[in-house]
Design a protein around this ligand. Structure first.
Ligand code: GLU
Length: 269
């Protein structure tokens, strides 16, 4: 009696283990398939959905008079659509912020992020990146005549403004631990906060800060850069075929001279 029960129990356990193993295997296979399908899905759909900034002058800024987003990242994204889908208009732009870009990607709302996004080891745990397509570095923006001349002046009692979900907030806390960091939802809000004197400096990539100084010349960058911020295009983890297609497209854009044309159009420094 006892022996029969034990036998049944063992049999059930072995069966359960087999079933679980089979499911595990299937799951792995499915996500591999999904990765493969992402590029095909885009082709079937006839457009690529790209997450871009809407508030970052020079990279991705919504023009209120046309309703169109404009900037370096936007032009690069259009060229990617041209390379992959044969038409630079086969792209739909969705707004992302530094905080929302990874969740939107992983929810499947967007196929790729082209939005001033630094490639970091931490982010590589959540998403996959293409090769570097732009090199920036973190810096500081202050009102002209400010006592803050470099990161060394960010002592106790000073306040720095930054954006949630950006590498800038992490870096500044590490490199200027005494300063108080105030975090905002996006760059438009952070710049407004600097103008209304809620902080002594705004910190993010030099490329983004140049856009702000361009908009209001009573502000300037100080102290040079204190980090390296290589930008990459992010896609959902495991989408190897899409990463490969994007890298190929980036290479073609560079080789054809289109990249330099777009760079010179937007980046003056
Ligand atoms: N490149 C930095 C980052 O990826 C700062 C710019 C941004 O917030 O998008 O976090």
């Amino acid at each position: 009696m006892f022996k029969t029960r034990l036998f049944k129990f063992t049999l059930m356990t072995i069966l359960a283990v087999f079933l679980l193993a089979a499911c595990g295997g299937k799951e792995k296979e499915t996500s591999g398939e999904k990765g493969k399908d992402a590029l095909q899905q885009m082709k079937d759909r006839g457009k690529i959905i790209i997450g871009v900034k809407n508030d970052t002058r020079l990279f991705g800024l919504k023009n209120p008079s046309t309703g169109e987003v404009e900037g370096f990242d936007i032009d690069i994204a259009r060229q990617l659509a041209k390379e992959i889908l044969g038409d630079e208009n086969k792209v739909e732009f969705k707004e992302v912020t530094s905080k929302t870009r990874i969740p939107l990607l992983n929810n499947g709302d967007i196929d790729a992020v082209v939005a001033t996004m630094t490639i970091t080891d931490e982010r590589k745990k959540e998403v996959d990146f293409t090769d570097v397509y732009f090199e920036a570095g973190q810096s500081l923006l202050v009102k002209k005549g400010s006592k803050i001349k470099s990161i060394k002046d960010l002592k106790k009692g000073t306040k720095v403004l930054a954006v949630k979900g950006s590498t800038s907030t992490i870096n500044i806390r590490e490199k200027a631990p005494e300063t108080q960091v105030l975090e905002f939802e996006n760059y438009a809000e952070a710049f407004t906060a600097l103008k209304t004197k809620q902080g002594d400096a705004l910190t993010t990539d030099d490329a983004i800060l140049y856009g702000m100084a361009d908009e209001d010349p009573s502000y300037e960058l100080v102290g040079g850069t204190f980090t390296e911020e290589p930008y990459g295009i992010a896609v959902k983890k495991g989408n190897k075929t899409l990463v490969d297609a994007l890298n190929k497209a980036l290479k073609n854009i560079k080789d054809s001279g289109k990249y330099d044309e777009i760079h010179d159009k937007w980046i003056k420094q």
